[in-house]
Design a protein around this ligand. Structure first.
Ligand SMILES: NC(=O)c1ccc[n+]([C@@H]2O[C@H](COP(=O)([O-])OP(=O)(O)OC[C@H]3O[C@@H](n4cnc5c(N)ncnc54)[C@H](O)[C@@H]3O)[C@@H](O)[C@H]2O)c1
Length: 405
């Protein structure tokens, strides 16, 4: 029976998914350090973590039998993905299970900033009755500029239009405009027309510092600004200056260049204490619904890998979307160095040992190749050993249909 070790409390709905695939689950509530993790992984096939536990090369080297790792979150920086790929360990995450949560927070903040809601709220908590319409607007009819039209940006586009907003977007990739949203030819074009600018680009290296003085100065006077994507994209010292001189009317910021690691840790930012600035501690994707979605999604990917060798949406191995085979007696999942001739050698080896290939699929990703072969006949042990001994083999897994001998 396969065993999964789940750290850092992924949602409990992961457990029945593992159970239905015959996987025994062992849970440990907190994160583990490197040595603790190495000790805890004895006899474990699948590791599930969230953002705190680090899976290093040393951990992977200590457990060559580890099959797969599930990051029950979005980010995978905590895992040495290349080292995992070199050992044929598949890594999965939940790239879009919390999309809706981020969208809902952005919508709430767009309305709150446009209405100066937190300013009114703070005054009243301070015992000051400030009933005035000055500076408060409806979002209906205003222009929302979405920078980064991916999973989050596109959904926000649809919801914002339902609120009566005009949506413009800018994306470096070719993207289908949803509804009446209008694509802008450049970031500068978007900034020239948007009443509210919201960043939803990914955290690729080239995006560091992409929004600085030049971009703030291209914004319409009095426009509002949101960043729920990554902290290192934006120069917050300039944002502070623009809030204080009134050229930016308000801001909502959920992500920071240096974020405290733990709940309760001290936090500082140049944006603290500014009027009409909403600060949240990177909770855009943190809802119970998102945790539930993540628990279900990642456990599903892991069990599909276990049962069918499917690497659909893996973050480090070539992606093959596979179902369990009804007909084949054996499925051979083979991770190897992506060098010419490997596939031919595998097939020659199988043929020499009389193994009949019923189906085969190959995927490559950089230096890594992944071949899954369904065998309908006997699969002699010598054939498996010969492939395992090949120079470019990184990992070989043979799955046997339960009724095959
Ligand atoms: N605050 C949170 O809790 C939270 C939760 C989830 C995701 N996020 C962050 O939100 C962001 C968006 O997530 P997603 O799932 O929509 O990502 P995604 O990869 O689906 O979309 C990102 C889009 O940005 C585009 N892009 C990249 N660089 C660009 C640039 N310089 N200019 C214009 N477009 C650019 C890409 O082409 C892509 O379409 C990510 O940075 C992610 O880390 C934050």
């Amino acid at each position: 029976m396969a065993r999964a070790l789940l750290l850092e409390n992924p949602h409990l709905n992961a457990d029945p998914v593992f159970a239905s695939a015959g996987v025994e689950v062992v849970r440990h509530p907190g994160a583990l350090d490197e040595d603790e993790l190495i000790a805890a992984l004895d006899g474990i096939d699948i590791l599930g973590i969230r953002s705190t536990t680090r899976v290093t090369e040393r951990v992977l080297a200590a457990h060559p039998g580890l099959l797969a790792i599930g990051a029950f979150c979005i980010g995978t920086n905590q895992i040495d993905l290349k080292a995992a790929a070199r050992r044929g360990v598949a890594v999965f995450n939940a790239p879009f299970s919390n999309t809706r949560s981020v969208v809902e927070l952005a919508v709430a903040e767009i309305i709150a900033l446009t209405r100066r809601l937190t300013v009114r709220d703070k005054s009243l908590h301070a015992g000051v009755w400030d009933k005035s319409a000055t500076g408060s607007h409806e979002v209906r009819g205003r222009t929302l500029g979405i920078v980064g039209y991916g999973n989050i940006g596109t959904q926000l586009s649809v919801v914002a239009e339902a609120l009566g907003m005009r949506v413009v977007f800018y994306d470096t990739a070719e993207k289908l405009a949803l509804g009446n949203a209008q694509r802008m030819g450049s970031l500068a074009e978007l900034l020239a027309v948007a009443d509210i600018v919201t960043l939803h680009v990914d955290g690729r290296e080239g995006n560091a510092g992409m929004f600085t003085r030049e971009q703030f100065e291209q914004m319409k006077h009095g426009a509002a600004f949101l960043n729920l994507s990554r902290g290192f994209l934006v120069d917050y010292a300039v944002l502070r200056e623009k809030i204080l001189d009134g050229s930016v009317s308000g801001a909502a910021v959920d992500v920071f260049p240096d974020e405290p690691r733990r709940t309760g840790d001290a936090f500082d930012s140049e944006l603290r204490g500014l009027p009409n600035v909403i600060l949240t501690p990177h909770v855009g994707g943190s809802t119970q619904e998102a945790q539930e979605n993540i628990g279900h999604f990642v456990s599903g990917k892991l069990t599909k890998y276990l049962q069918a060798a499917s690497t659909d949406l893996s973050v480090n191995l070539p992606r093959l979307s596979l179902e369990p085979s009804e007909a084949a007696r054996y499925r051979v999942a083979f991770v190897h160095r992506n060098t010419p001739g490997v596939l031919a050698l595998v097939n020659q080896t199988f043929a020499e040992h009389g193994a009949n290939i019923e189906g085969q699929i190959l995927g490559t990703r950089g230096e890594i190749g992944y071949v899954v072969t369904d065998i309908g006949s006997e699969l002699p042990r010598e054939a498996v050993e010969a492939v395992r001994q090949m120079e470019d083999t990184l990992r070989l897994r043979v799955m046997t249909r339960p009724d095959a001998d």
